[in-house]
Design a protein around this ligand. Sequence first.
Ligand SMILES: Cc1cc2nc3c(=O)[nH]c(=O)nc-3n(C[C@H](O)[C@H](O)[C@H](O)COP(=O)(O)O)c2cc1C
Length: 358
Amino acid sequence: MTKYENIFKPLQMGSIQLNHRVIMAPLTRCRADHNHNPTDLMTEYYSQRVSAAFIVSEATMVMPNCSAFGGTDPGIYSSEQIAGWKKITDSVHAKGGKIVLQLWHGGRACHPGLNQGQECVSASAIAIEGDTYTPQGKVAYTVPRALGLNEIPGIIDGFKNAAMNAKAAGFDGVEIHGANGYILDQFLRDSCNQRNDSYGGSIPNRAKLLLEVTRSVIDVWGAGKVGVRISPLNSYNSMKDSNPLELTQYVCKEFSDLKIAYLHMMRADFFGIQSGDVMTVARESFKGVLIGNMGYTPDEANTAIQKGLIDAVAFGHHYVSNPDLVERIKEGRPIVEPDESTFYSQGSAGYTDYPFRN
Ligand SMILES: Cc1cc2nc3c(=O)[nH]c(=O)nc-3n(C[C@H](O)[C@H](O)[C@H](O)COP(=O)(O)O)c2cc1C
């Protein structure tokens, strides 16, 4: 028995059948090796979290030289990486779990110091404010090179190729990372996209790259196994938009027409600078499965599902510290808070050593 009966109802999500509605949100943890290969430690970590309705993997580089996290973020562009991920998906499946891969390119968040000296690229030549971490220490973000029109098909192909590799690696589906100020979001929002060609200016123009990537990934997987994540309000990575609600409405309608399996909405701003009710706009404009994320408690999620505001909930930081979050929620047991100092550190401490409930 559980007091959260709405959370524990099954759900058909595109062509994926879920037993309940607690999802593990994507969490970058920097435990890949320096060639961006998944490690055995990652296999252990993901295998501990298989009771999630499904796991969304950490952001994974679709092509070489787009690392934004200390050089130990994983990739899905080499045969070695595919083999490493295959071990993870096999282990998750053997334990009855499901896992989708988050497809990612960091754009202007990628420092040359992490990417063999390669300059970073974005919608426009505008840098993120502040510093990032590289093996050479803390350094300022660099000014990206604005992608030429002739280079944009290469980005789309990168996502498509990565989607094919994700299939070879045995994933159950893919999630396109259109959130948090990385390359697709850099095109979406107008603080960062100041282009005056067909990929800039109007909302349809700014959304064009994300939608082209989505279509090309659907070509590989079929719409029923493709999700998209967006964060129209999040100012992380120096992002802002002049009209986030209209932007949300436009992309949600387009995703609805494309019949993607799910829309994964980060509903707020990490820094509380931008506000607005993007969830209501998303619910009205998107007809598929809507996953809510950011600051939900089991109580709020259960009520929101009951009221039809969302269909499922994704938990982020609590999945760092509760491998058995689903069982804890179901049984009303305490939820452990994570140690932030080990979010992006190396090794098993703060990664695979969080306790299961007794
Ligand atoms: C350590 C850490 C790593 C994260 N990595 C990613 C990531 O790789 N991709 C992504 O889309 N979001 C990432 N996020 C955001 C989470 O998926 C989630 O949106 C955020 O934690 C808010 O949800 P919560 O309130 O349930 O924690 C990360 C968050 C944390 C704390």
